[in-house]
Design a protein around this ligand. Sequence first.
Ligand code: SAM
Length: 278
Amino acid sequence: MLEINQNQKEFWNGPGGEAWVTGQETLDSAMRPVTDVLLKAADVKSTDRVTDIGCGTGETTLEIARHAASALGVDVSAPMLALAKERAEQAGLSNVQFEQRDVQTEELQADATLAMSRFGVMFFEDSVAAFANIRRQMVSDGRLCFACWKTPRENTWVSLPMSIVRQHVQDDTPPDPHAPGPFAFADDTRVRSILEEAGWKDVELNPVEFDMAWGESPEAAAHGLIERGPLRRIFVGDPSISEETKQAIIKGIQDALPPSDGGIFLKGAIWIVTAKAG
Ligand SMILES: C[S@@+](CC[C@H](N)C(=O)[O-])C[C@H]1O[C@@H](n2cnc3c(N)ncnc32)[C@H](O)[C@@H]1O
């Protein structure tokens, strides 16, 4: 029998975690606009005890620890947490901790005043159970603030490369839009109903768009989309696709990327979601 969230635990302790550890600097710099908008929406206070949900390699936990009383980053990925701990030591931050926990089922931080996350909440098998677990462990006037992706269609960093892939590879299996994964929270009605069912109040979703940096040149951007983006599943995870097809996809993407002096930027579209525990 599979344990709860087993597929995600394997992915984030395997290829997913590896891609985020090796790409940490590039990913954090590409997502800097998200971190900024998230921190502003979270309105962190110097008295806050913050839990960072699915904290990964710790960028937002470290950033928040600079403004709050304390920050705890929780995640299922051992390699990502190891890098997060290393970064906290290097930064000399003594009010930050990292723990390996499944947010859906395990103890987090008692009496947290703020639960926040940058893209760490879309991977639960049972999202209502996970958000109820987070809420149970907060003070009665605790706040929730997280960023999640809107649909792949609205995110050019996904839709552009995938339109090229579809010219070369036939994939007839329609994806389940609600399955645990980066786009599982794209539907605002669904997010609202998950949070309300888990007991959260005053749920608000605000759309934000930003420019995501993918590299200095079309070649670098295509490489990034393969190493850390939506093409990874096809290039690294699907042995049935020939080398010739992969090269044709890379060329198609390089030709389609908008030329720019300052680097290659593709549109990211997210929700910033806020709610109150009571
Ligand atoms: C897309 S990454 C985002 C990481 C980090 N928040 C960031 O922005 O750099 C998603 C994270 O959620 C974590 N995650 C997935 N399921 C989880 C669960 N059930 N409990 C805790 N963390 C989980 C993964 O291990 C991964 O680090």
